[in-house]
Write a protein that binds this ligand. Structure first.
Ligand SMILES: [Zn+2]
Ligand SMILES: [Zn+2]
Length: 254
């Protein structure tokens, strides 16, 4: 790894280091989300804001930045990988896991058997692995793409840690295990960053795959949570998320 870093040009080495650092920040977001649940130090409102902003912003990043860049890298066949990424999360979060939704878990009865918790943790860990893949793939393309993808990941990291920790608590597994589960999601994110940085040749697959994952998480995990809130301000915040990417693009993407 170190030798590899020495061999490449300074700019690339810088971007990979940045991906590693921001990967750590994203992983810490998972832990922080878990911490808030365990210490009951959170407001439902704030969490919903993150979900709404995140949903709009993530969809904008995927459609305007990640998918077009994937096509530039790998041609039209990249769209097949977007589709695969999309349904990979569907398979693990909603097909193999019997019960999953973002936000606070209050359906204790769903998690009496050990199988339900394990599959849910696995499903979320696969999703967070691709959060890490997305960050690293973005930085391998450019600092700009890496930065906008990092924000997309970061905006839903707190709710993610929150979700998994509340599931563990709902199962009566205790605070320690709740934090541990949030930490596991963080570790899966870091693994995604490291693996993608090491396997740079696979960028033309990694980027569209992570783009499909981003669309899935934003459109089917986050948006339904936002829409359950009978509050037009929350719905409006989704557009603020979309607009913030377009504004950033206008001012910073040269
Ligand atoms: Zn539930
Ligand atoms: Zn995620």
């Amino acid at each position: 790894m170190i030798l590899g870093l020495l061999g490449m040009n300074h700019d690339l080495a810088f971007r990979i280091t940045l991906a590693g650092g921001l990967g750590l920040v994203a992983a810490a977001g998972n832990l922080l989300g878990g911490y808030f649940v365990v210490h009951r130090d959170w407001s439902r409102r704030v969490l919903q804001y993150f979900l709404a902003l995140g949903a709009g912003y993530m969809l904008a990043v995927a459609f305007v930045e990640v998918i077009p860049e994937s096509i530039r890298l790998g041609g039209e066949q990249s769209l097949s990988f977007v589709l695969i990424g999309f349904f990979l999360v569907h398979l693990f979060e909603h097909t193999i896991a019997p019960h999953f939704h973002f936000g606070e878990e209050t359906h204790h009865e769903e998690f009496h058997d050990h199988h339900a918790q394990t599959t849910l943790l696995l499903g979320l860990a696969i999703h967070t692995f691709f959060d890490g893949v997305a960050i690293a793939a973005g930085f391998l393309v450019s600092t700009w793409l890496g930065a906008v993808i990092f924000f997309a990941v970061f905006l839903h990291k707190l709710p993610e840690g929150f979700t998994v920790a509340s599931v563990v608590l709902a199962c009566g597994k205790g605070k320690r295990n709740a934090i541990l589960a949030a930490g596991l999601l963080g570790a899966a994110t870091l693994l995604g960053v490291l693996l993608t940085s090491a396997l740079q040749g696979q960028l033309k697959y990694a980027l569209p795959l992570s783009g499909g994952v981003t669309v899935y998480v934003a459109a089917t995990d986050l948006l339904p949570e936002v829409n359950r809130e009978p509050n037009w301000r929350m719905a409006l915040l989704v557009f603020v998320g979309v607009a913030s990417l377009l504004i950033m693009q206008h001012f910073f993407h040269v």
